[in-house]
Design a protein around this ligand. Structure first.
Ligand code: ADP
Ligand code: MG
Length: 435
């Protein structure tokens, strides 16, 4: 028996037999790749792999340390063949997604204070195409339901037999280029200027693309002139989209501009209940509340969690309980932060607060620098796996006690200073949704 197997048997003593048989038994130790300070295990698939990684890595490392007196890093990974198969599949995936998603309906959309305005606007447009707000412009952050609402209207129009075009700026642009190349611009114009309803998603990507702005302007004029409905979405208000022709910008505001805000807790809970019902995932009240409080605002992320919970529980034949949910969420969090390094966190904070990254890691005592440094240290501690000594070195502090002192200070600020807490939340959110 090799050391890798021995350690697994020791772990068996500490956990339940069910846990051992379900997960740990599936691990395969690679004695060739392992060294005195690295232990490599293979898991049969991603789900088991992530599960074991989250739940047992530190326990395994501890057992290795006790047994060998070495500081051993335990690596749980997939076998190469599996990895290759997976990446190949990814490449083959088609990228086109111009069709309306039939499950994006008004019925499936949970309404709360944060999205009430946008919902009502889209709903009334769907009842009176071209007559009330034209264009209707919906804007808001990532994953808050802009595409869903826009397509809900699209589905209604389609059921009425109207010709609906749903497109992204990118597809519109590609289509344009193709027709220019084939000298079939008349057909392009026929297509976009003769439809009953035009839905263009993420219009902010028109920014600084002059030729397509010009073409879009004429499309817009033709449709609007003929009383055809136009709905647009963007991540910001038309006034805030840079690199946009003035005449387009003003037209975007001709009809109605409606915003979607991040959902408040009760709406989040309603959304989770709805999604779990649709996906046939049974969740208890405490689990729903837990997910709603942990996930800040992005509804897409909530969906990701639900499907992951579902997949894990099916695969491992376990019920979804709170403990299980916490593990899956932790796993999700780690995936989101996997690409974050000390450098890119510091750069991000510096950019946000309008100072130089080198000033954050300097010894400067100016108030704004101290503020930025505190925020950076906190985020680096929360969002990366760096140890206190590593952080001390990076931020030019004496030793790890200086860091732990700073962290304590920040924790008390978070408790007592609402503005500070909001800033930390905002940056955490941005950093973890940008990757
Ligand atoms: P956006 O276009 O604003 O980035 P999406 O419309 O793609 O966001 O929404 C992301 C996911 O969240 C979609 O699957 C959508 O169905 C879901 N979603 C967002 N808001 C709601 C809501 N209020 N009720 C139900 N589902 C929602
Ligand atoms: Mg969208």
């Amino acid at each position: 028996m090799n050391i890798g197997q021995e350690i697994l048997l020791q772990l068996k003593e500490e956990i339940t037999e069910v846990e051992y048989n379900r997960y740990i038994k599936q691990l395969d130790y690679d004695s060739k790749k392992s060294t005195s300070d690295l232990a490599v295990y293979y898991a049969p698939n991603t789900l088991v792999c992530n599960w074991i990684k989250n739940k047992y890595t530190s326990k395994l490392e501890h057992l290795f340390e006790v047994k060998t007196s070495n500081n051993v890093t335990v690596k749980i990974t997939l076998k190469d063949s599996f990895d290759k198969r997976k990446t190949k599949k990814k490449e083959e995936k088609p990228t086109s997604k111009s069709l309306l998603n039939p499950s994006h309906t008004f019925d499936n959309f949970m309404v709360g204070g944060s999205n009430q305005f946008a919902y009502s606007a889209v709903k009334s447009v769907s009842e009176k195409a071209g007559e009330v707000y034209n264009p209707l412009f919906i804007y808001g952050g990532v994953g808050l339901g802009k595409t869903h609402l826009m397509q809900a209207a699209g589905n209604v129009f389609q059921d009425q037999g109207k010709s609906v075009i749903y497109t992204t700026v990118e597809q519109f642009l590609n289509d344009f280029i193709r027709h220019v190349r084939n000298q079939t611009m008349d057909r392009f114009q026929e297509k976009y200027r003769k439809c009953d309803v035009l839905l263009i998603d993420d219009i902010q990507f028109l920014s600084n693309k002059d030729t397509i702005q010009e073409e879009f302007f004429h499309t817009f004029e033709a449709l609007k002139g003929a009383g055809k409905q136009i709905i647009l979405t963007a991540d910001k208000h038309p006034k805030k989209i840079g690199g946009l022709e003035k005449r387009l910008q003003s037209r975007f505001e001709w009809g109605l501009v409606a915003d979607i805000q991040p959902p408040e807790l009760t709406t989040k809970i309603a959304i989770i209940e709805k999604k779990s019902e649709i996906n046939k995932v049974k969740l208890s009240k405490d689990i729903i509340n837990y997910i709603a409080t942990v996930i800040e605002s992005n509804v897409r992320e909530i969906e990701g969690i639900l499907s992951k919970l579902h997949a894990y529980s099916q695969l491992m034949h376990v019920d979804i309980d709170l403990d299980f949910t916490k593990n899956v969420l932790k796993d999700q969090m780690q995936e989101k932060t996997a690409n974050l390094t000390l450098d890119n966190i510091t750069k991000f904070v510096a950019k946000d607060l309008n100072i130089k990254p080198s000033e954050i890691t300097s010894k400067g005592r100016a108030k704004n620098l101290v503020y930025a440094r505190r925020i950076s240290i906190y985020l680096c501690r929360e969002l990366t796996q760096n140890t206190m000594p590593q952080l001390a070195q990076y931020f030019g502090m004496k030793d790890h006690t200086a860091i732990s002192h700073t962290i304590k200070k920040i924790n008390s600020l978070i408790e007592n200073d609402e503005d500070f807490k909001v800033k930390i939340d905002e940056l955490t959110n941005k950093l973890t949704t940008n990757v």
